[in-house]
Ligand binder design. Sequence first.
Ligand code: ZN
Length: 569
Amino acid sequence: MIRSIRHGRLFAAVGLAVAAIVAMGSGQVSAAKPPGTVDLRIIGMNDLHGNLQPPAGSSGRVVLPGGGTVDAGGVAFMATHVKQLQQQVANSVVVAQGDLIGASPLASALFHDEPTIDILNDVGLSLSAAGNHEFDEGYNELLRIQRGGCHPVDGCQFHTTYEGADFPYLAANVTFKNSGLPAFLPVWLSFVQGIPVGYIGMPLEGTPEIVSAEGIKNLAFGDEVEAANRYADLLDSFGVKTIVMMMHQGDQVITGNPPDACGIIPGVGRQIAEQVSPKIDVVLAAHTHQQFNCMVTDPAGQLRPYVQGLSFGRILSVIDLKIDKRSKDVVRSQTTATNHVVTRDVPEDPDVKALVDEAVTKSAPIANRPIGTITANILRAAVASGESSLGNLIADAQLEQTQVAGAQIALMNPGGVRADLIYLSSPVGEGDGVVTYGEAFTVQPFGNVMTTLTLTGAQLETVLEQQWQPTVTRILHPSASLTYSWSQSAPAGSKVSDVRLNGTPIDPAASYRVSVKQLPRRRGDGFAELRNGTNRTGGLVDIDAFAAYLQGHPNVAPPPTNQRITVLP
Ligand SMILES: [Zn+2]
């Protein structure tokens, strides 16, 4: 077995770890080892987002080759799968690529995700890259998640104490703005039969664009390739030849991509996976919540796996390495990678199940409180125009709830609608369309603060044009007050026409009050024009707006999806 790399309180200097390698490496040189290879299995998980219970609906299914589906996910099942995968081999290590916590269901979120960390300690997670969502509540809160201690405002609500993560969070590209020093451990090491294995973990460079600015104001997020190469060189110089990269970045995949197909739409994740140093033998990905299993060519012309599992604990990525005892490097031609579906046909791990049950029980009084009713399923899937029934509903709710700030239009980002509202799913009054706080929370779990700002009509049109970016199209869900058309054939930048507020054409020179969730910050997010909005007011949390709307409007019917946006040829 691998020597334990679970040391708990881990913010030690990298130098200490590297010094250990120096000592070990010099021993290896003199000992003439017999030739051969050592096996090492890497088990990776990504984007768990505190999904302790088996996720419901399409969030709890995996599409198989041929188009069928299988139910998957649930940490008690996942724990058993991890154990089984470990028992099949002599040497294994469990890693993660970030977003383990944040944007979680209520049973984890109510307790600042402490139950999820306790469970991952139980599962035997050895290390994780920090994802963007690890920074949702700021740097200091992530330090507390790492080190333990009670929440400064809410105290310890799950258990009487919180012990912290037994695994280190890695963030090789995150430094303090003032000193340039690492804000986290950039690398970690394990040993397999005396051979060092280096791990480099990091969040995406664009993290500041998608988390609250205040909590990370002292941190700089650097280029992924630059950081990976710097630490690959460092590890290599100390004799670490087997190197695994865990990055919280990935790619979109084609619709219906089965677990072990590559199927990616080439994007930033693949670029990084191809560009990072040939010293890196494996690139594990995350962030897009979609699984793929690719081999990419490194800068030296050798193949290496570029693999991502499926969000919410539905697919684990399993990389089997053969490491040459003499060179201490991976025999690339013998690397295999599979995406392993976390099916629910195995026994649940009893210890993990007990923790899940405890979290669910303690959160139930809040989760099960009815706050509204619906007449039918209200789904988040978008139609061809980009409208979605649930997205439209949320935009209408946000408009109504921000009218005190003068809002005339609400634009809801599509990634923020996280689950369907299902007519039959309520634990209260089964079958009567009751929506509980827990269900509404699952749809809007981010706790994002709404901002209402003033845009000119011309700026509003620019925002709508910015829905088409070079690598991604993201159609905002508009409130019913806004209608417009977009052309499939027109080039980006001139796709949008006939923009109207309550039926009246927008005046480019006039001012309009628009409500949005989370302003984009620097580059990347695409809706840069929103940053030029003036007279900003905010403070309303999105879930509170949604809950208040549902409370004020009993028997909500699914909003139609063919009235706000018209697609032209
Ligand atoms: Zn992410």
